[in-house]
Design a protein around this ligand. Structure first.
Ligand code: NAD
Ligand code: UD1
Length: 336
């Protein structure tokens, strides 16, 4: 199949392009490079020996995206494009609503006019808000605590409404837990701009002595050691989840939601320890105040994806740490 991958130059998108190409699909990428570099796609081409037609345009530019649909026989879309920084979304809510929602509306409209019937959407565990119990199943109540989270929630609602108007079409809403790690080659990985907000990229930059020490946001939660517990998932497992979702969507109609996580909770201190063991790098840290908006614990019930998509995460914490570190070590300044 020919798959349009929006946001394909980004972290999860580039890893997914590799898995799609390795499975024999053709890939076309649209990405405005607001949070990525085209170098990631060149490296995907190197790793797979395949060519990727690439459009460096904004997904909300209807005229440009119409050209993309006209020039390729696209059969399905994986939609990663979006802004994703929680703190930034609080400061720039209109930019987030405009970018994430308007581009999705343009995409839906063009998919329908070009009769492209299958869409995989990057949602997030953030749509569970401050979940009260774990593991979290897809049926848990939905809410959002910030504008970024609300864009994900609103887009889920929009896609659910849209799909009922599109005969024979199907959409998968994939709710990711905490993606970490990198391709085992060390050639592609996460390349955060500025100071990382997320734990794993912060740890790898401390290991590389780009940052002095890690601040652990609170050690008084009701968890195994007082630090926050999350469900870290290797980005290559996550990428495979998209391939499996696509395989399933071809035979489905309507909207289908899946959690993509490992089902295992790991605390901040456990992750720091695992990283030190896996890489031999010391991670100095200090305990600081809780980060507003954080929950104590969040991990997935991913049994629905296992049952219906025949997908399961197979890479463990050691592999996540090792691959994150290999990427950081071999690309100290990311793609720059
Ligand atoms: P990323 O920033 O690396 O990738 C997103 C890509 O979309 C970037 O390359 C960016 O340049 C592009 N983009 C943004 N707005 C665009 C627009 N209007 N037109 C064209 N391109 C645009 O982020 P990622 O970590 O790969 O995340 C991919 C998706 O998964 C995002 O939608 C994100 O919200 C979602 N998600 C990510 C995480 C995570 O922790 N990484 C967790 C849950 C959900
Ligand atoms: C965060 C976002 C979430 C988003 C997800 C993936 C918030 C409140 N939530 O989730 O919406 O979907 O990233 O992009 O921003 N930690 C530290 N020190 C650090 C960084 C993190 O102790 O320097 C802790 C956090 O308190 C948390 C854990 O590490 O307990 C994981 O944090 P992070 O990687 O930011 O992910 P989430 O908070 O789960």
């Amino acid at each position: 199949m020919t798959i349009l991958v929006t946001g394909g130059a980004g972290y999860i998108g580039s890893h997914t392009c590799i898995e799609l190409l390795n499975q024999g699909h053709k890939v076309v990428v649209v990405d405005n490079l607001v949070n990525s570099h085209s170098e990631s796609l060149q490296r995907v081409e190197e790793l797979t020996g395949k060519n990727i037609p690439f459009y460096a345009v904004d997904l909300s530019n209807e005229a440009e995206i119409t050209k993309v649909f006209s020039e390729h026989s696209i059969e399905a879309v994986i939609h990663f494009a979006g802004l994703k920084a929680v703190g930034e979304s609080v400061k720039q809510p209109i930019r987030y609503y405009d970018n994430n929602i308007r581009s999705t509306l343009v995409l839906c409209k063009l998919m329908q006019s070009f009769s492209v019937k299958h869409l995989v959407f990057s949602s997030s565990a953030t749509v569970y808000g401050l979940a009260e119990s774990n593991p979290i199943p897809e049926t848990a109540p939905l809410s959002a605590t910030n504008p970024y989270g609300r864009t994900k929630l609103f887009i889920e609602y929009i896609l659910n409404d849209w799909i009922t108007t599109f005969d024979g079409a199907s959409v998968a809403l994939l709710r990711y837990f905490n993606p970490v790690g990198a391709h085992a080659s060390g050639r592609i990985g996460e390349d955060p701009q500025g100071i990382p907000n997320n734990l794993m990229p912060y740890i790898t930059q401390v290991a590389a002595v780009r940052r002095e020490k890690l601040s652990i946001f609170g050690n008084d939660y009701d968890t195994v050691d007082g630090t926050g517990v999350r469900d870290y998932i290797h980005v290559v497992d996550l990428a495979m989840g998209h391939v499996k979702a696509l395989d399933a969507l071809i035979h489905l109609t309507g909207s289908h939601v899946y959690n993509l996580g490992t089902g295992n909770g790991t605390s901040v201190l456990e992750l720091v320890q695992a990283f030190q063991q896996a890489t031999g790098q010391p991670i100095p840290y200090e305990i600081s105040a809780r980060r507003p908006g954080d929950v104590a614990t969040c991990f997935a019930d991913s049994s629905k994806a296992e049952r219906e998509l025949n997908w399961k995460a197979v890479r463990g914490i050691v592999e996540m740490c090792r691959d994150s570190w290999k990427w950081q070590k071999e690309n100290p300044n990311g793609y720059k």
